[in-house]
Write a protein that binds this ligand. Structure first.
Ligand code: ATP
Ligand code: MG
Length: 886
C-alpha cells in the first residue's frame, strides 16, 4: 500500500466504526499561551476534555500535523540521526469522549493493525501501566485483561510512570496509557542478537519502536498534585503515520518509505550525491563521510516538511517565539546542506515542488501556497547563508588568534556570541574547531545559554492558582446580541505575572468578547448596587471568555450586570468589518492569490497582512480605498449565520483561512459580496464604518505585505491633521493662491542660487590658494603655507588639495578654518614630507587639536580635526608647524 492509501484506510476504518472524520487542526497554535505548536492529536480537543465544549460527536478520528521541536516534546536533536523521529509528522488518532473506553479502544486498535493491515501479531508487544503505590493507583489490570484477549501474556509488558502514565500538563486530565510496539528487526538481526523483542521494548532500539499510544484519561490532577476522578472518561490515541507506513512497506527506516523517498531522490539529483538505504547498508557498511551525507539528507527532507507546513499554516520564520523555532529548524537544515551536501546557495526551497506533488492532495494548503512557501524559504536560506559566511570568517579569525597563542580551547562565550548573533549552532562551531585541532569550552557556552534562558523565563513566568468553583455550568456567550447582561461568576482564579497580581473570572453569561482572531478583547465593568468592578481586558481560553480584573468583588456569589464599554466595542467592530471589506477589495484589485496572513483590530486602528509578491502601487491602493468606501456608502447590512455546519458554510462561498482552527459548526459573516468564516464582532451595517483610509503599506516578510488603515472618527482626526499642516505651509508662503506654483518657484530659485554659490566658492578658493602660495615662507627648502580664515569644511578640503597641486617641491600647509563658530584644523603635506622627513599628519593633527578641544585623524599626508574652541585655532596652527621641526 502507498502512504496515501494507508492514510485513507485509517480514516475508512474508523468511519466504519461510527467516527466522524475531522480535518487536522493547524500545526501552529495561535490562541493558547501554553503551547506554540500542535504536538499531539488531542491538542485540538482540549476544550472538550476540560468540559468547556460540547463533546458531540463523541467519536472522532483524523490525521493531525504535529511538530515536536519545543517544550515537553522536543525530538529535534534525534532527527536525522535516527530513522524514526521527525520534527513534523502525522499522528493518526481516534477519540471517544464519554463513549467507548479501554475495551473498545484496544479492540479497535487490534482489529485495524492485525485484521485490516495484516501486521504479524508475533511482532507486536503492548505495555500497560504498572501502578504507583505512592499515588495509590493500582496496575492497569483492566487494560491488561483486554489485551489478553488478543496477545499471549508474555507480549504484555508493565511500564512505569514515565512511559505509561500520560498527563496533559502539571494540572488537568491524565491517566494510564498502553503503547503498541513493533519488532521490525530482520531475521538476521534477530538471530545475531539472540534477544527477544520483549526485552527491547522502550530501550531505544531503532528496530523495536512504539507506533501507537492509547491513552485512557480517567483522572484530573489538581494544583496541589492530588488526583480526582474525571467527570467524563476520554480515549485519546495517537499513531505515528510515518512509522506505520514503514512497517507496512516492510522497511527499516521511515526515510526508505514513499513518504520520504521522492524528496530524497530530488536531493540526490540536486547534489549529485548518493543516499544509501537501510537495505543497501546491510550489504556493505558505509563510510563516515557517507553517513554524514545520509544524516544531512534525512535532516533536509524532514525539515523541509516542518518549515513548509508551518509557513502554510501562517507561521513565518522570525525573531521571536514560534517564528524563531521555525527559523532555527530551517537554519539547522541549511547548515547540514552547507557542510555535508556542499550546498553554498539556497537548497531547501528547490525541494518544495516535490513535496507539493507528494502531499498536496492530502494537504491542499500546501498546494495553494506553494509560491509563498518557496519564496519565504529561499529568502531565509539566502539570509542565513550570508551570515553563515560572516560567522565562519569571525570563527576563523578567533581560531587563528587562538593558535598563535598556542591555545587549545575556544572560549565558550565566543561560541555563544556566534550562536547568538550569527545563528551558529554550537555543533557547527565545534565541528569547525575540531577540524583545526581545537575544542570548545562547552561549559562556558552552557552558562551563557542558561543565563539567556533565565532572562527569557523570568520575563514570561506566569503562575496560575486553581480555579475556585462557585457554581457549575458552561459559559454562554451573548455578545453578538447584547452589550449588557445579567450574570453570576462561575469560577475565578488568581494569576501572578512579574509580581503583578490579578484575577480571572468566568461568568455564566457574558456579553464580553475575548481577544480572538486578531480582534482585541472587550473592556467594561461588572456591577451591582453594592459595587462596580472594572474589567480591564478579556481574553479567550478553552473556548470561553476569561475576564481580567484587578480585584475580586466583595461578594463573588452576588448577581452582577456585565456591561461592555460600547464606545470601544463599536470602534473595534467598525474596524473589523472594514478589514473584511479590505480583504475583498484586495482580492478584486490584486488577484485571487491574496490570502490573509494576519490581522489586528483594535478600537483605533486596523492592520491586515496578506500574501502578495510586490509592492502595492499607489494607484492600486487608491482603487482599494474607493472600492471599500463605495461599499461603506451602500450601507450593506450584516448578514450573519451562526452554527452553520462547516461544509454548508463552504458551499455559501465563505472564505476560510489556512492555519485557522474551525469547529464543526461555524459562523459566517457576510456583507454583500464579502463572505468569511468569522467569530468576531461586526458593525450592524457597513455605513457605521463612516470612512476608510489606508495610512501605510509595507513589507513584513518575503511575499507578505501589510496594510494599516483607519476608519470613522480616526479618519476625521487624520483629515484635520493634514488640513492643519497645509494651513501652516500656506502661511509660510503668505497664503499664496497657487501654492504648488509658488513652492516650485522657490525650489528652482534655491537650486539656481546653490549652483551660483558653488561657482563663487570655487573661484574664491582658487584665488585664496594662489594668494597663500605666493605668500608662503620657505624654511629649509620646505614651503610653509599658514592661514586662519572663515570657511566651510568642504571648501577647506578643496583649498588644501588646490594648494598641494600648486606647489611643486616640499610643502607643509596648515589651515585653521571656522564655520558657524566651529573650528577645524587641516594639514596637507607633499609626499616627501612623509617619506623623507618622517612626518605624519594624523599624529600631528591629534596633538595640535588639543588646543581647540577636539580630535581627528586621517592619512599620513592629509588629516583633519574638528573642535569646540575656535579661540585656540591660531595657536593650534602654530603648534603643527612647531611639531614639524623644520
Ligand atoms: P517515542 O518514545 O518513540 O519518542 P512518544 O512516547 O514520544 O514516542 P507519543 O507521545 O505517545 O510518543 O506519540 C504517539 C505516537 O506518535 C507514537 O507512538 C509514535 O508512533 C508517534 N511519534 C511520536 N513522536 C514522533 C516523532 N518525533 N516522529 C514521528 N512519530 C512520532
Ligand atoms: Mg517521544
Amino acid at each position: 500500500m502507498t502512504a496515501n492509501e494507508i492514510r485513507d484506510s485509517f480514516k475508512k476504518f474508523f468511519e466504519s466504526k461510527q467516527h466522524a472524520i475531522v480535518p487536522s487542526a493547524p500545526m501552529v497554535i495561535k490562541d493558547d499561551p501554553t503551547l506554540m505548536f500542535t504536538n499531539a492529536g488531542m491538542n485540538q480537543w482540549k476544550d472538550i476534555i476540560l468540559g468547556t465544549r460540547d463533546p458531540e460527536p463523541r467519536r472522532r478520528a483524523d490525521t493531525q500535523k504535529c511538530l515536536r521541536v519545543s517544550g515537553k516534546h522536543n525530538d529535534l536533536e534525534e532527527v536525522g540521526h535516527d530513522t524514526y523521529h521527525h520534527t513534523m509528522f502525522e499522528m493518526l488518532g481516534n477519540w471517544s469522549f464519554g463513549d467507548y473506553f479501554k475495551e473498545g479502544a484496544i479492540d479497535m486498535a487490534w482489529e485495524y493493525l492485525v485484521d485490516v493491515l495484516k501486521l504479524n501479531p508475533e511482532d507486536l508487544y503492548v505495555t500497560v501501566f504498572e501502578g504507583s503505590p505512592e499515588e495509590n493507583i493500582p496496575r492497569d489490570d483492566e487494560a491488561a485483561s483486554y489485551w489478553a484477549k488478543h496477545v499471549p501474556v508474555d507480549h504484555i509488558i508493565n511500564g512505569n510512570k514515565h512511559d505509561n502514565f500520560w498527563e496533559m500538563g502539571d494540572t488537568g486530565p491524565c491517566g494510564p496509557c498502553s503503547e503498541i510496539h513493533v519488532d521490525s528487526r530482520t531475521p538476521e538481526q534477530r538471530t545475531a542478537s539472540g534477544i527477544s523483542g520483549r526485552e527491547l521494548v522502550n530501550k531505544d532500539d531503532p528496530q523495536v519502536i512504539e507506533i501507537w499510544n492509547l491513552v485512557f484519561m480517567q483522572f484530573n490532577r489538581k494544583a496541589d498534585g492530588s488526583l480526582e476522578k474525571l467527570s467524563m472518561n476520554v480515549i485519546d490515541t495517537g499513531m505515528g503515520f510515518e512509522r506505520l507506513v514503514r512497517m507496512l512497506q516492510g522497511k527499516h527506516s521511515n526515510y526508505d518509505t514513499d513518504v520520504f523517498q521522492p524528496i530524497i531522490k530530488a536531493e540526490q539529483q540536486l547534489t549529485g550525491l548518493k543516499y544509501v538505504t537501510f537495505e543497501e547498508e546491510q550489504d556493505a557498511p558505509i563510510t563516515k563521510e557517507q553517513d554524514d551525507i545520509n544524516v544531512a539528507m534525512r535532516v533536509c527532507a524532514d525539515h523541509l516538511r516542518a518549515v513548509s507546513f508551518s509557513i502554510a499554516d501562517g507561521q513565518l520564520p522570525s525573531n521571536a517565539k514560534a517564528g524563531y523555532v521555525i527559523r532555527r529548524i530551517l537554519r539547522r537544515a541549511v547548515r547540514y546542506a552547507y557542510t555535508f551536501l556542499g550546498q553554498k546557495e539556497g537548497f531547501l526551497y528547490k525541494l518544495v515542488p516535490t513535496l507539493v506533488v507528494e502531499m498536496g492532495d492530502a494537504f491542499p494548503e500546501l498546494k495553494a501556497q506553494q509560491q509563498l512557501i518557496s519564496k519565504v524559504m529561499k529568502e531565509e536560506e539566502d539570509a542565513f547563508l550570508r551570515t553563515l559566511d560572516k560567522g565562519i570568517g569571525m570563527l576563523s579569525d578567533a581560531i587563528d588568534e587562538l593558535k598563535s597563542q598556542g591555545g587549545k580551547e575556544l572560549n565558550g562565550e565566543k561560541a555563544f556570541r556566534l550562536f547568538d548573533t550569527y545563528g551558529f549552532p554550537l555543533d557547527l562551531t565545534e565541528l569547525i574547531c575540531r577540524e583545526n585541532g581545537l575544542m570548545v569550552n562547552e561549559e562556558q557556552f552552557n552558562v551563557e545559554m542558561q543565563k539567556q534562558k533565565e532572562r527569557a523565563r523570568n520575563a514570561a513566568a506566569v503562575e496560575n492558582s486553581d480555579w475556585t468553583e462557585l457554581a457549575q455550568g458552561e459559559q454562554q456567550f451573548v455578545g453578538y446580541d447584547y452589550t449588557e447582561y445579567e450574570c453570576h461568576i462561575l469560577r475565578y482564579r488568581k494569576v501572578t505575572q512579574k509580581k503583578n497580581e490579578f484575577y480571572e473570572l468566568v461568568l455564566d453569561y457574558t456579553p464580553f468578547y475575548g481577544e480572538m482572531g486578531g480582534q482585541v478583547g472587550d473592556a467594561g465593568v461588572i456591577c451591582n448596587e453594592a459595587e462596580t468592578i472594572e474589567i480591564i481586558d478579556s481574553k479567550r481560553e478553552n473556548n470561553q471568555t476569561v475576564h481580567i480584573v484587578k480585584q475580586l468583588p466583595k461578594d463573588p456569589t452576588a448577581q452582577f450586570m456585565a456591561c461592555v464599554d460600547t464606545d470601544k466595542r463599536d470602534a473595534s467592530a467598525a474596524n473589523h468589518t472594514a478589514t473584511h471589506l479590505l480583504d475583498y477589495a484586495l482580492k478584486q484589485v490584486l488577484g485571487d492569490h491574496v490570502e490573509q496572513k494576519g490581522s489586528f483590530v483594535s478600537p483605533d486602528t486596523l492592520r491586515f497582512d496578506f500574501s502578495h509578491f510586490q509592492k502595492v502601487t499607489d494607484e492600486e491602493l487608491r482603487q482599494v480605498e474607493r472600492m471599500v468606501n463605495d461599499m461603506i456608502r451602500q450601507n450593506i447590512p450584516l448578514d450573519e449565520h451562526r452554527e452553520v455546519p462547516f461544509d454548508e458554510a463552504k458551499k455559501l462561498g465563505a472564505i476560510a483561512l489556512f492555519g485557522e482552527k474551525y469547529g464543526d459548526k461555524v459562523r459566517v459573516v457576510r456583507f454583500g459580496p464579502s463572505c468569511e468564516f468569522c467569530g468576531g464582532i461586526h458593525a450592524s451595517s457597513t455605513g457605521r464604518i463612516g470612512f476608510f483610509k489606508i495610512v501605510a503599506e509595507s513589507s513584513v516578510a518575503a511575499g507578505i505585505r501589510r496594510i494599516e488603515a483607519k476608519t470613522g472618527k480616526e479618519c476625521e482626526e487624520l483629515l484635520y491633521k493634514t488640513e492643519d499642516l497645509l494651513r501652516v505651509v500656506k502661511s509660510f508662503f503668505n497664503n499664496a493662491k497657487d501654492l504648488q506654483g509658488v513652492i516650485r518657484k522657490y525650489i528652482e530659485e534655491h537650486d539656481t542660487m546653490k549652483k551660483e554659490i558653488e561657482t563663487f566658492q570655487a573661484q574664491a578658493v582658487e584665488r585664496i590658494a594662489r594668494q597663500l602660495v605666493e605668500k608662503a615662507r620657505e624654511v629649509n627648502g620646505v614651503k610653509v603655507v599658514r592661514s586662519v580664515l572663515p570657511m566651510e569644511p568642504a571648501a577647506a578640503k578643496d583649498l588644501a588639495f588646490k594648494i598641494r597641486a600648486a606647489v611643486e617641491g616640499s610643502l607643509l600647509c596648515v589651515l585653521g578654518t571656522t564655520y558657524q563658530e566651529k573650528p577645524q584644523l587641516s594639514i596637507m603635506m607633499s609626499d616627501d614630507m612623509v617619506s623623507e622627513h618622517g612626518l605624519n599628519a594624523g599624529q600631528m593633527v591629534r596633538e595640535a587639536a588639543k588646543l581647540i578641544q577636539g580630535g581627528g585623524g586621517g592619512q599620513p599626508h592629509y588629516a583633519q580635526a574638528g573642535g569646540k574652541n575656535a579661540d585656540g585655532l591660531s595657536a593650534a596652527v602654530d603648534k603643527v608647524i612647531e611639531l614639524a621641526k623644520l
